[in-house]
Design a protein around this ligand. Structure first.
Ligand SMILES: Cc1cc2nc3c(=O)[nH]c(=O)nc-3n(C[C@H](O)[C@H](O)[C@H](O)COP(=O)(O)OP(=O)(O)OC[C@H]3O[C@@H](n4cnc5c(N)ncnc54)[C@H](O)[C@@H]3O)c2cc1C
Length: 387
């Protein structure tokens, strides 16, 4: 089934709800007016309608596979990801200082909807990278930022979040992965994580895992959890890719949906310890991880709009094709496509209204995020941060 990005509806929201012309007055967003939004969204639609959407159905039928410690993604994903990074899509809403395009989330969120509607399994990889970037931007040392941000923002490397363990799902107080401090200031990480989205794959040169773990002697419960960067490949002093780190994928989950997105089981430290680098301060890991989780939560909301819109488009297509019964108003003599029946139109309009309403909400929330980060007035920033 083809997908057509609702660029016109998105631009209407961007222009009239948060008023993109006002966002463009905030420092750093001077080039982000309506014209920019239109150019970016049209290009985003062209890329996803032509490249990621056509892979969606086939990839679901032939999902990612695991062998040894490697994961091979569905046919076409690697090439699509190469084009995605070449187009600069990963860096769209991230700071120019690290190679991003520095555009507002108000535009980035609309692009996120298009990507997710086109191919949700594919979209999960950039979604996790976006969250890792936000967490590092907010909480990491300058050294970690210098080592990881540019490559994540360009999409050359991807990011993951590692919270869940077999005994620690909703209850993160049960996290048992441990971090042993080393003389050089780094840590060795030991433990296992499950359900890690894109925890292993073949689309990027390196994978930067953000991992929750407990340092020896830390308090019990969530107040004793720290956050570590654990790269799949170590990074040399000059920034080049170094040796393989001690983190390996031992399997991927079998799922009912989003089957082309590999949800990995990861083992850390079975061969002497995985090198880990502390983010921020010890025992504040959950607080930092929440930056990433909140980015992911927002993105999952956008995913909902994306899936609803794709379903609506499919329903309209079907209603136009399926011929059944004579319309009650006599507009067609004999059987007509079911879109002529008032009750079918009512259902389609309900679908569309709900989708548009949620899209408007997502647009407004993205604008609030932009204001919270870029508004020149500190008091206004605080107000927006309550969102
Ligand atoms: C496709 C997929 C991708 C994922 N990707 C990642 C990832 O990238 N990184 C990562 O770390 N994790 C990931 N997860 C794991 C996800 O975060 C966990 O599934 C989630 O935290 C819930 O844990 P659980 O599955 O163990 O469920 P449980 O914690 O066992 O919960 C089972 C049920 O009990 C309910 N429940 C639990 N506690 C309470 C309570 N106190 N009050 C009321 N109800 C409660 C839950 O809501 C749920 O309905 C992923 C999961 C899936 C399915």
């Amino acid at each position: 089934m083809s997908y057509k990005a609702p660029v016109k509806d998105m631009l209407f929201n961007i222009e009239h709800l948060p008023r993109i012309d006002q966002i463009a007055q905030m420092p750093g967003f001077e080039d982000a007016g309506l014209e920019t939004a239109q150019a970016v969204l049209e290009e985003c639609a062209r890329f996803n309608e032509g490249v990621t959407a056509p892979l969606n159905f086939e990839a679901d039928k032939a999902p990612s596979t695991h062998s040894g410690s490697t994961v091979t993604t569905s046919e076409g994903f690697k090439e699509a990801y190469r084009q995605y990074t070449e187009g600069g899509w990963q860096g769209l809403q991230h700071p120019a200082e690290y190679g991003g395009q520095g555009l507002p989330k108000t535009i980035g969120a609309a692009c996120g909807e298009i990507l997710n509607a086109a191919n949700l399994s594919f979209a999960l990889c950039p979604l996790l990278t976006d969250g890792a970037i936000e967490a590092l931007l907010t909480a990491a040392s300058d050294e970690l930022k210098a080592t990881y941000l540019e490559k994540l923002i360009s999409g050359q490397w991807t990011g993951t979040m590692n919270l869940t363990e077999p005994q620690a799902g909703s209850d993160l107080a049960q996290v048992r992965t441990r971090a042993e401090p080393q003389a050089d200031g780094t840590y060795k990480i030991f433990g296992g994580k499950i359900f890690i989205t894109y925890g292993e794959h073949d689309m990027a040169d390196n994978i930067v895992h953000l991992v929750l773990a407990r340092v020896a002697g830390a308090p019990e419960g969530v107040k004793g959890i720290s956050l570590f960067v654990v790269p799949k490949f170590l990074v040399n002093k000059d920034g080049s890719q170094g040796e393989r780190n001690d983190v390996y994928c031992t399997g991927i989950e079998h799922k009912l949906g989003i089957r082309a997105s590999p949800t990995a089981v990861l083992q850390f430290g079975d061969h002497g310890g995985a090198a880990g680098y502390l983010v921020g301060e010890e025992n504040r890991g959950l607080e930092y991880m929440f930056i990433m989780m909140n980015a992911a939560r927002y993105a999952v909301g956008v995913q909902g709009v994306a899936v609803a819109d794709r379903a609506y488009q499919k329903a309209v297509e079907y209603a136009n094709e399926r011929v059944q019964s004579r319309p009650v108003d006599g507009s067609v003599q004999g059987p007509a496509s079911i879109i002529h029946h008032p009750d079918v139109r009512r259902m389609l309009m309900t679908m569309r209204a709900l989708t548009e309403g949620c899209r408007a909400l997502a647009c407004t929330a993205a604008a609030a995020y932009d204001a919270a980060h870029h508004h020149p007035d500190a008091e206004a920033r605080r107000q927006h941060q309550r969102f």
